[in-house]
Design a protein. Structure first.
Length: 429
């Protein structure tokens, strides 16, 4: 049986949490390999709803969760999340959660810089969550990050804070924002050390052992391909690589350990924050999709922009993301609409193109080319087999498969875990 990597195929918020939860029941280990607490997954289990930002979704199912080195970790956010799910009846301890010892940490100065930069951008703001993700990744590649293992070495930690503050306080000063004092940061990190270090380990060893003993590993991605720092709608992207290839680098597993790559896409499209969105709707239909789909960010609560399914963009995500099969979620949100549209390409300065270009102004100028299909009057909500779907819904799904050049292997027809139609088992490879 193969391992599985789950990634978003649009701009995030595609319903990865439910899919990962559904798959986690058959996995042994669930690994987060990139992003931070700017991402969020909502899991509905019976009458309980869990909102996770850092914890791998597998902990809800009693599986071992791993936070890989590709994540940027806010210690306070993690401990707060653990406390919250503990109050809901879950048990989280070093027995079922391990953290890469080399994971970079988000410190209080990171969100401060994030927010100060966004304020300075004015109308040109990127639309970050303000949680310090970008500045933390900058420190990682700038080789000045504080990592979890540093908390075990107070002298190392003290010296690294000197270098970090030399950089950050200069930036904060230039932006007219308050600077940070070393002693307060040092005391805070040393106080957190006893709570965090019991979770730390070289997780690459555990993943290597899991592979040699035939255990199933589920790699859980955050955000989505079109928010990838290299392949997305730059600069309106996240600060990490969200494609499946990063599951290896972000966890310490070899690239051949990733297995089957499952891309998640909604039956329509949404986006949070700024950036190009060619198929966006500004009419009553867009508002209706937002209301039916309860389109508000798990982490930020921000309303999501809504639009028609963009097959051109998802096809691009399939190619660069390494996607072997798609999960189509929220099909039931389209129930009852008399007609549906699918974006099949773009018109940019009079030219028809079948890809979203990399250049900023070209992306902004992209006008959607739509194909119209008939909607369906019946309900797809809660369907658990193709036979239960209206004929027009089946046609819609089949047309998406043709346009994105990837099979749809799972269909999600409600937020409930078992309201899922499986055409192919991802763990079968």
């Amino acid at each position: 049986m193969a391992n599985v990597a789950v990634i978003g195929a649009q701009w995030g918020d595609e319903g990865k949490g439910k899919v990962v939860d559904w798959l986690a029941s058959r996995a042994d280990i669930v690994v987060r390999f990139q992003g931070g607490h700017n991402a969020g997954h909502t899991l509905v289990v019976g009458n309980e709803t869990y909102k996770l930002s850092l914890l791998p979704s597998g902990v809800v199912r009693g599986k071992l969760g791993i936070i890989g080195n590709g994540v940027v970790l806010d210690p306070e956010a993690l401990l707060s999340e653990i406390a919250r799910v503990t109050a809901q009846g879950l048990k989280v301890s070093p027995d079922n959660l391990r953290i890469a010892e080399n994971v970079p940490l988000i410190l209080p100065l990171h969100p401060a810089l994030d927010k100060a930069r966004e304020a300075a951008r004015g109308e040109d703001k990127i639309g970050t969550t303000g949680r310090g993700i970008g500045p933390a990744y900058e420190d990682k590649v700038g080789r000045r990050a504080i990592r979890l293992c540093d908390l075990a070495e107070p002298e190392t930690l003290s010296a690294k804070l000197d270098e970090l503050l030399l950089h950050h306080n200069a930036l904060l000063r230039g932006l007219g924002a308050p600077e940070f004092a070393k002693q307060e940061l040092l005391d805070g990190l040393l106080a957190l050390a006893p709570q965090l270090l019991p979770y730390a380990e070289p997780v690459w060893e555990r993943l290597s052992d899991a592979r040699s003993t035939g255990k199933r590993v589920l790699f859980e991605g955050a955000q989505a391909v079109m928010l990838d720092v290299d392949h997305g709608t730059y600069p309106y992207v996240t600060s990490s690589n969200t494609v499946a290839g990063n599951a290896a680098a972000g966890s310490g597993a070899g690239p051949d350990a990733i297995g089957f790559v499952l891309g998640i896409a909604k039956a329509y499209a949404t986006r949070v924050g700024s950036g190009p969105f060619p198929s966006e709707l500004f009419d009553e239909t867009g508002r209706l999709l937002g209301e039916r789909g309860r389109e508000f960010g798990t982490v930020t609560g921000r309303p999501r922009r809504c639009g028609w399914f963009d097959a051109c963009m998802v096809r691009q995500a399939v190619k660069v993301g390494g996607i072997n099969g798609l999960v189509l979620t929220k099909l039931d949100v389209l129930d009852g609409l008399p007609e549906l549209k699918i974006c099949t390409g773009y018109r940019i300065n009079g030219e028809t193109v079948k890809r979203l270009p990399a250049a900023f102004r070209a992306q902004a100028a992209a006008e959607p080319i739509f194909e119209t299909m008939s909607g369906w009057a019946g309900s797809t909500r809660g369907a658990r087999s193709y036979a239960e779907l209206p004929a027009e819904a089946v046609k819609y799904v089949r047309r998406i498969e043709e346009l994105v050049e990837a099979p749809i292997v799972l269909l999600s027809t409600s937020p409930e875990r078992d309201d899922t139609i499986m055409m192919r088992d991802p763990f079968a490879g």
